[in-house]
Design a protein around this ligand. Structure first.
Ligand SMILES: Nc1ncnc2c1ncn2[C@@H]1O[C@H](COP(=O)(O)OP(=O)(O)OP(=O)(O)O)[C@@H](O)[C@H]1O
Ligand SMILES: [Mg+2]
Length: 328
């Protein structure tokens, strides 16, 4: 049984008198101890999908189809009380831009302490205090810095503190939404190395949301590529993005365009150079392939019929009319 099993999930937002489908019948799994990366350009539904797991979507959102099971327990339809018991203890979330959301007038150790006591009101203060220092050490912040205010930390340290807070109640799954965006390259590399080492030392499973393919390649075992609310390709990072001399075997033209836009992955163009136009408007029904208008290889069928997911090799799936099974 997978740790996280998302099956056919759709997320709708009410906007004015209409609605917008940000996530459209998405299925994915995260196995115990695995790191899964979700990639795609801005607005493709990554955050909406991530927030759906701990049911932290905004008030105008609803999950209109599917099921989300965590450790064998169904989360869709679960009471707020039950969800509160699972949040942070089973699944923790590092929010997009969270490092700027630390309380500016409270010392960092105190904020982490409150994260512990909020979930365990009977926690012994001394034990909880020791746990705070242990957590900070785990993310590479020396005990001597524990009593700092957030503004005394660099961006990288604030992000480490947020990760420490997310780990306060020993969750089995950490969902990190753009954990390295807005950091300088050195801090980015350090946060990625931290997430990678936490997986190993804490047995943590990871769902890492990022628009940065090289970050996903650095940390994740598998990758899910989203475009306009749907999964267009998924597979091992090794197969999809290539590794150790093995060329990328991405099948979907959108994944190929993302790879071509990443200098670290051998690409040279920017995404804007490689892809003209914009993703489709999600508030109106879409016929055919969502990527067709931007795809150089689009055929007539692409505008008429949404492509089914094809298993191109074991564990590698692409939703494109042009996708073909890989010959081993
Ligand atoms: N609270 C909201 N109300 C209405 N629409 C929303 C809301 N939040 C997100 N959306 C819309 O849902 C779609 C998916 O947004 P989402 O934030 O999930 O994308 P994302 O992939 O995380 O993008 P980014 O890379 O910019 O963070 C977008 O069209 C967005 O405008
Ligand atoms: Mg987002």
């Amino acid at each position: 049984m997978s740790l996280l099993d998302i099956e056919d999930v759709s997320v709708d937002y009410r906007i004015g008198s209409g609605s917008l489908r940000a996530v459209d019948h998405v299925s994915l799994r995260v196995e115990q101890g695995e790191a899964l990366g979700i990639v795609g350009e801005s607005g493709c539904g990554k955050t909406s999908l991530g927030l759906a797991v701990p049911m932290l979507l905004p008030a105008n959102a609803s999950i209109s189809s599917g099921s989300i099971s965590l450790g064998g327990r169904e989360l869709v339809g679960m009471s707020e009380r039950e969800l509160n018991q699972l949040r942070w203890t089973e699944v923790a979330f590092v929010f997009q831009g969270a490092m700027n959301a630390l309380n500016p007038v409270q010392r960092v150790d105190r904020q982490i302490l409150e994260a512990i006591t909020a979930h365990d009101s009977h926690a012994d203060r001394e034990v909880a205090g020791a746990r705070v220092l242990e957590l900070l050490e785990l993310v590479g912040i020396a005990a001597a810095r524990a009593k700092s205010y957030p503004h005394e930390f660099s961006g990288g340290m604030r992000q480490r503190a947020m990760i420490a807070m997310a780990l306060a109640c020993r969750p089995s799954l950490l969902i990190a939404d753009e954990p390295t965006t807005a950091l300088d390259v050195i801090s980015q590399a350090q946060i990625l190395a931290l997430l990678d080492s936490l997986r190993r030392s804490e047995g943590l499973s990871l769902m890492m949301i990022s628009h940065d393919l090289s970050a996903i390649k650095r940390v994740c075992d598998r990758i899910v590529v989203m475009y306009a609310g749907v999964v267009v390709e998924s597979g091992t990072t090794e197969e999809v993005l290539g590794r150790r001399g093995r060329p990328a075997a991405a099948q979907h033209p959108y994944t190929k365009a993302l790879i071509a836009a990443h200098p670290d992955l051998g690409g040279a163009r920017s995404l804007a150079q490689g892809l003209s136009g914009h993703p489709p408007d999600l508030s109106v029904p879409i016929t055919g392939c969502r990527f067709a208008d931007r795809c150089d290889s689009a055929m007539e069928i692409c505008r008429e019929q949404a492509p089914a997911s094809l298993s191109v090799s074991p564990g590698h799936v692409a939703a494109c009319h042009l996708a073909r099974r890989l010959v081993p």
